[in-house]
Design a protein around this ligand. Structure first.
Ligand code: BYC
Length: 328
């Protein structure tokens, strides 16, 4: 445990800064404003700690759950080289979760508590991983466009105020940039391939577009945490800014491949901003609260992994080797 005692991230205090020492709060905010990094043993407001645990933990969960839709394609990826590359990508994603859980642990919440909150459905993880990857093209669109969205978010937040999160994000972004190139290469292959391959990649893009638009979080008008997170430089761009950046960078690339973005209102304005159809935030809320097409399946897989791996954790935690695999 570091600094303050562990705070339950579901707690909803009346006033988020209630009870904080005003002088310490002022010094803390001055440090953040000067661009200094906050480290685990430094004083920090309870709400800062709580928000960071929530965000980093959700990010960690997204990485391990995110390995599932792509992971199902390892054995079916076309050709040995694509299988190898996808296997490496999936391993990287799980490694990202390790880095993120370590960063969240510095704030005082144990990894066991985080995993428990994931498998009991108390914690959230990214909306996008609650949809199925029906075809190889779905796996390619995930690797290209979801990793693209993740990089936009993470490059910005890597410059944020909490040292351990920023350092984890730096490392993650380096690996994600390989994933992005791998995903792009796959999509180019399909989009420039046979009519059947083009049809398959277009269908995948059409399926994934709404979840990708949701990926950056609710619109700034309804986002609940953006204001405080930006004030404390945890978030370095708003949800809408990140969505705009994504559209700006990737819509032209999608169009260059001759693919259609399934939004009749999508166009760039004279002021350089993109107009788009407002995403369906009711659908988003349903999916992030457990009602998406794959939520139950994703959590069931994680629960099974937790159960089957218990003997390994027990063996590692004991000095005498009395634990054996239940199926040995
Ligand atoms: N999905 O106030 P808001 C990857 C929730 S993995 C689910 O705007 P905030 C990859 C939000 O938690 C990378 N829930 O929130 C892996 C809040 O609910 P609670 C994933 C979402 O935090 C494997 C409520 O909506 N990236 O790339 O200010 C293979 C209100 O939202 C989502 C990260 O995790 C969502 N998309 O901003 C391939 C980045 N969006 O907690 C690829 C880290 C919002 O009050 N996270 N909610 O119940 C962030 O940067 C921020 O948390 C967000 C949301 C921008 C996502």
């Amino acid at each position: 445990m570091y600094g303050n005692a562990y705070i339950d991230t579901t707690e909803k205090p009346a006033g988020i800064l209630e009870g904080e020492d005003p002088q310490r709060l002022q010094e803390f905010e001055a440090r953040v404003a000067r661009g200094e990094k906050i480290e685990p043993k430094d004083w920090m407001p309870r709400e800062y700690r709580k928000q960071l645990i929530r965000m980093i933990e959700q990010h960690g969960h997204s990485e391990i759950i995110g390995a599932l839709p792509e992971g199902t394609w390892i054995t079916r990826a076309p050709g040995f080289k694509r299988k190898l590359a996808l296997m490496a990508k999936v391993q990287d994603e799980v490694g990202h979760a390790q880095l993120l859980y370590s960063a969240a642990e510095t704030l005082g919440k144990t990894r066991e508590a985080m995993i428990n909150d994931l498998i009991t459905g108390k914690s959230k993880y990214s909306n996008v991983f609650n949809y199925p990857a029906y075809t190889w093209a779905d796996a390619c669109i995930i690797a290209w466009l979801i990793d693209a969205g993740a990089i936009i978010n993470q490059v910005a937040n890597a410059k944020g105020s909490y040292g351990p999160y920023g350092r984890a994000l730096d490392r993650i972004c380096t690996e994600e940039s390989f994933h992005l190139k791998y995903g792009h290469d796959n999509v180019v292959t399909l989009a420039t391939g046979t009519p059947k391959q083009r049809e398959m990649v277009q269908a995948a893009l059409t399926r994934w577009w709404p979840p990708i638009m949701h990926f950056f979080g609710p619109s700034d008008k309804i986002s609940s945490h953006t204001e405080i997170l930006m004030r404390w430089k945890v978030k370095m761009a708003t949800n809408d800014d990140m969505r705009q950046q994504f559209l700006n960078m990737y819509v032209p690339k999608i169009w260059d491949l001759g693919l259609n973005v399934p939004d009749v209102n999508l166009k760039k304005n004279e002021d350089g901003k993109w107009d788009y159809t407002e995403p369906d935030w009711e659908e988003f809320k349903r999916v992030i609260n457990g009602g998406g097409p794959c939520n139950a399946e994703r959590l069931a897989v994680r629960r099974m992994a937790e159960e089957r791996g218990r003997w390994v954790r027990n063996a590692l935690n004991t000095s005498d080797a009395k634990y054996v695999a239940p199926f040995a």
